[in-house]
Design a protein around this ligand. Structure first.
Ligand code: HEM
Length: 189
């Protein structure tokens, strides 16, 4: 199955931290709440959790919850696939949202996500330079609700950081109660 967000097929994926995998850790920062144990290499989008890993985070690709038809069309018109040759930098940002967020109704969450915070509008300022992939893990009972993955040319790191600063200043982020920011570079061998 090709790596595709949403759609008909649910795909289970794991991110395994340890000594193997195609990505090398360059920086890790606990933004909100506790961090994660350090490691050398990350195996991204693995089929399953690796026994003996320093840690594994797993989840599923899933359908869209908040995106309108118009927003989906805008995003489809500007594709940014994973695995591009120049995209040698990546970020894995696991996120958990607070009980206050999850107690809101769907329409209230959408209103905070886009009408108030402009999540999609901010994000699309950086697409296609930044490729994104969203993994859901709330229903699996792990430590995070989402695993967010991004790939970009290392030259676009300042733009990626600027996007993060804009998103973290939004109302939506008031509901983020755990966030870890991991930066990676493609391992040479
Ligand atoms: C590259 C630019 C970005 C674009 C175009 C983008 C777009 C989107 C869209 C369309 C959704 C909603 C999916 C749905 O309908 O369910 C979404 C959800 C999400 N995004 Fe982004 N995003 C971007 C960057 C980021 C960044 C940098 C982060 C983390 C630091 C992030 C974290 C999340 C999270 C956690 C969700 C799930 C929210 C929830 O369901 O409560 N996004 N994003």
């Amino acid at each position: 199955m090709t790596l595709q967000e949403g759609g008909a097929g649910v795909r289970h994926v794991s991110f395994n931290a340890g000594n193997r995998g195609g990505w090398q850790l360059s920086e890790m920062r606990a933004v909100t709440g506790p961090g994660l144990a350090p490691f050398a290499r990350l195996e991204a989008f693995a089929a399953e959790a690796a026994p003996g890993a320093v840690w594994s985070l797993s989840g599923v690709s899933s359908h869209k919850r908040y995106t309108t038809r118009g927003e989906a069309a805008m995003m489809d018109a500007r594709p940014a696939p994973l695995g591009r040759a120049g995209a040698r930098a990546a970020a894995l940002i696991p996120i958990r949202k607070s009980p206050a967020w999850w107690s809101l109704a769907q329409d209230d969450r959408r209103a905070i996500f886009q009408e108030s915070s402009g999540h999609i509008s901010i994000g699309m300022d950086y697409v296609p330079r930044v490729a994104r992939f969203l993994i859901h893990c709330r229903d699996g009972g792990g430590p995070f609700d989402f695993l967010t993955w991004f790939e970009y040319d290392p030259a676009d790191t300042p733009a990626f950081d600027a996007m993060l600063a804009r998103l973290r200043a939004t109302e939506e982020w008031l509901y983020v109660d755990r966030e870890v920011d991991l930066r990676l570079v493609r391992a040479e061998a």
